[in-house]
Design a protein. Structure first.
Length: 128
């Protein structure tokens, strides 16, 4: 590579600024209120934006089976708890920089997690 291809005035590298998911809600246990647990999650903004973009194509019947690797669909509350547990494990792998971490799998889980949280929120509002 010749010197002609190098940039002359490259800006100094800044430390990685962690961009997290929005505001937090009132404290509540994830086990008792998984929807509030989803709202309190802190993830990189790029992951959340990509997951929100993927919500438009989400089909519970098709995608949840594949993401959870199950033949029968669980109830929305049970699915939400299982998705949260698996997503937390993937997030820990992401933060640790493990070689087994898959961004595609994490994104699939986040899409399913957000969709299931919306479904649970709708069912809670209609039952109240």
């Amino acid at each position: 590579m010749t010197a002609a291809f190098r940039q002359k005035n490259t800006p100094a590298l800044r430390p990685y600024a962690q961009l997290y998911l929005v505001e937090t809600t009132a404290p509540a246990s994830v086990a008792s209120d998984p929807v509030a647990g989803v709202a309190r999650m802190r993830r990189p903004r790029l992951l959340i934006r990509a997951a929100r973009f993927g919500l438009s194509d989400y089909s519970r019947k098709r995608d949840l089976r594949r993401v959870m690797r199950m033949s029968e669909l669980p109830r929305p509350g049970a699915a939400l708890r299982a998705l949260m547990a698996e997503e937390m494990a993937l997030d820990q792998a992401r933060r640790a920089g493990e070689a087994t971490y898959s961004v595609a799998r994490h994104l699939e889980l986040l899409i399913a997690l957000l969709a299931e949280a919306r479904l649970a929120r709708k069912s809670m509002s209609t039952s109240a």
